[in-house]
Design a protein around this ligand. Structure first.
Ligand code: PGA
Length: 246
């Protein structure tokens, strides 16, 4: 299965015009673009290859909840994906595992494809990978039964810091998460053009979730160049294998 390149724009860019321009640069197969919801409808008109997603939803479908948006609203403007449980939502907006569980249920009911973010803070990771696994396992308990999703492993200390995880350690965490959930697992946290292949080329890791670098045009170009290289390498590898087996 092809690897996923998920782009999380966060609170960027400043205008709809810029959003449309950025979306064109990222409009490639295998890309899932998590844009601010207010731009999604407009971006949907511009993109043909990338899939679109929202960064947040409320768990109710309708009613007196000023300022919120629902899963079905997201779908109605042409987006199919949703991010749930991002560490910035947990940290700045007080989202607990209970809130995460409600959002997962609402998203699944509406038929959105879900990426659930999990990951430990540095205070835990500094005690070792085993402690980090326990933390992540607890976060995964919020996944309601019968909700299928993709998990993004994003160590909190690696997000926006320029300090990505050691690929061997995130690959080990990936395996651990797969063991619990059976889900596909992405890595996120300071992925850039310079280090993307260290994660993408690991067989256990099913893709990447990229924040800061996804709204930087120079980085974005580097990222797609590297992804292209990685496709070619894996095509060659498969060709070699077929020749060997023939
Ligand atoms: P970053 O963010 O790539 O800027 O570290 C990743 C994320 O928050 O998903």
């Amino acid at each position: 299965m092809a690897k996923i390149i998920a782009l999380n724009w966060k609170l960027n860019p400043a205008t709809e015009k810029e959003a449309r321009r950025l979306a064109l640069l990222s409009d490639k197969k295998g890309v899932v673009l998590f844009a601010p919801s207010i731009f999604l409808g407009s971006i949907a008109e511009k993109t043909t290859k990338a899939a679109l997603g929202a960064q947040n939803i409320f768990w109710e479908q309708r009613g007196a909840f000023t300022g919120e948006i629902s899963a079905s609203m997201v779908k109605s403007v042409g987006a199919e994906w949703i991010l749930v449980g991002h560490s910035e939502r947990r940290k700045y907006f007080g989202e607990t595992d209970e809130v995460v569980a409600k959002k997962l249920e609402a998203a699944a009911r509406a038929g959105l494809k879900i990426i659930l973010c999990v990951g430990e803070p540095w205070s835990i990771r500094k005690k070792g990978v085993e402690e980090a696994k326990k933390f992540v396992a607890r976060q995964l308990k919020s996944v309601p039964r019968n909700v299928s999703l993709i998990v993004a492993y994003e160590p909190v200390w690696a997000i926006g810091t320029g300090k990505s995880d050691v690929p061997e350690e995130s690959a080990a965490m990936t395996k651990f998460i797969k063991g619990i959930t059976g889900a596909r697992v992405l890595y996120g946290g300071s992925v850039q053009g310079e280090n993307i292949l260290r994660f993408l080329d690991r067989q256990e890791i099913d893709g990447v979730l990229i924040g800061g670098a996804s709204v930087n045009k120079t980085e974005l170009k580097k990222i797609f160049n590297q992804v292209q290289r990685s496709h070619l390498t894996s095509q060659n590898r498969n060709r070699e294998l077929r020749r060997f087996q023939a």
